[in-house]
Design a binder for this molecule. Structure first.
Ligand code: 13P
Ligand code: 13P
Ligand code: MG
Ligand code: MG
Ligand code: MG
Ligand code: MG
Length: 381
């Protein structure tokens, strides 16, 4: 019997800036899901938040991309956004970019990670949820979990994993994807996913039997809205144990707070800090970018848990290092590479500032432009 896990999230407004979801808005969303559970549309749910992103974790039997499930999430966000508006919360309804719901929330603003599978006798999963960053932030840890034997001992030791994994890599600019196999095509894979603003790991499959192992949300808000409307704070689902990486192997990459794009105004590189739900709020420079990991067992569709996996002194050093990196990066102020590159600033409000200066530029007579002042046919090579 197949079960589907759907994690659907949206920023529907936040108390005091882009800091944290208000409990009353979570309660409004939870009421909608409770009713759907009572009616049997979903089997189980868990509502939570990371920073200003409201997260709906749901289980059901309807498969991925189901209009009823997406409609349910949309209703829950709408109800929560109404409360946010009533409370005057900041950026109420931020990620609900369209009123035209027609069967699927993709393309409307919310982020979606869903997978359908046959439940194993014990089905442990980890749900990751991040704020103040983008889907490509998962490239680094997902690669390490499923392709790096220095991270995941099981790739070497466990015969079920020893063949490796298949990576579905999405080109966000072209809307195309490619499947690459690790370990054989590891260098090709890295050549793509090292550009996380464009190429994102969307799904991972176990090679020996094509079982789904992981899925990441990949919605890019600026491509939907055509302007900066906050960051596409991503979520991911990863299956664990008996033929998949152990939970400890899945968490291990987060002991290194790698640099991700997002943070203040979605315009800065900063360390991804693993935190407990208690610390899932964004304060310093609207960050630093944070990630929460919740562990569940999916049992006959029910969500047993969660356990708050980063609520552990074992991640204190990662958090401390993240603070040090935050200090170091912040001291660059408005300079790259703390601030994102010009291409990535295109959708922010900065082009408006640069536009103002355009007519102030005059020809520089004492400067020879590249390509000028050379005899014809001469090249730099
Ligand atoms: P299994 O998931 O196969 O039980 O083994 C992995 C493990 O628990 C080692 O950490
Ligand atoms: P969010 O996407 O989390 O709303 O971030 C908005 C922002 O610009 C924070 O500085
Ligand atoms: Mg926000
Ligand atoms: Mg957010
Ligand atoms: Mg956002
Ligand atoms: Mg075991």
């Amino acid at each position: 019997k197949l079960v589907t896990v759907s994690v659907i999230k949206a920023d529907i407004g936040s108390i005091a800036g882009h800091h944290k979801v208000h409990p009353d808005t979570m309660a409004a969303a939870a009421r909608v899901l409770a009713e759907a559970k009572r009616k049997g549309l979903i089997i189980d749910y868990y509502v939570t938040h990371v920073g200003d992103d409201l997260e709906l974790i749901m289980t059901h039997r309807k498969g991925v991309d189901n209009p009823d499930i997406h409609g349910l999430a949309w209703d829950a966000f709408k109800k929560a956004a109404e409360v946010a508006k009533e409370l005057g919360l900041y950026a109420a309804g931020q990620d609900l970019l369209s009123d035209a719901f027609s069967g699927n929330v993709r393309g409307l603003g919310p982020g979606v990670a869903e997978m359908e599978f046959e439940e194993r006798p014990s089905e442990p999963i980890v749900v990751f949820m991040a704020d103040k960053t983008e889907p490509g932030a998962f490239n680094f840890p997902i690669f390490r979990i499923f392709a790096d034997p220095f991270n995941t001992a099981g790739l070497v030791i466990d015969p079920k994993m020893h063949d490796g994994f298949k990576f579905e890599v999405l080109d966000l600019y072209e809307g195309k994807y490619v499947i690459l196999n690790a370990p054989e095509e590891m260098y090709d894979l890295l050549a793509l996913i090292g550009t996380p603003s464009r190429y994102v790991i969307k799904r991972v499959y176990r090679k020996r039997d094509d079982e789904i192992a992981a899925v990441v949300s990949s919605e890019k808000l600026n491509m939907i809205a055509g302007r900066y409307v906050g960051k596409d704070d991503p979520v991911a689902i990863v299956r664990a144990q008996s033929g998949f990486p152990a939970v400890g192997e899945i968490l291990e990459p987060f002991s290194f707070p790698h640099l991700v794009a997002g943070w203040m105004r979605g315009s800065h590189w900063g360390p991804l800090m693993p935190v407990s739900l208690r610390d899932a709020k964004c304060t310093r420079f609207d960050g630093p970018p944070r990630i929460v990991a919740l562990g569940f067992n999916v049992t006959r569709g029910r969500l047993i848990g969660p356990v708050d996996l980063f609520d552990d002194p074992a991640f204190d050093e990662a958090r401390r290092l993240a603070q040090q990196i935050a200090d170091y990066m912040r001291r660059h102020g408005p300079f790259m590479p703390h601030r994102l590159s010009p291409e990535d600033m295109e959708y922010t409000t900065m082009p408006q500032v640069l536009e103002k200066l355009k007519n102030r530029f005059v020809e520089a007579k004492d400067y020879t432009k590249a390509g000028q002042g050379r005899t014809q046919g001469e090249t730099y090579e």
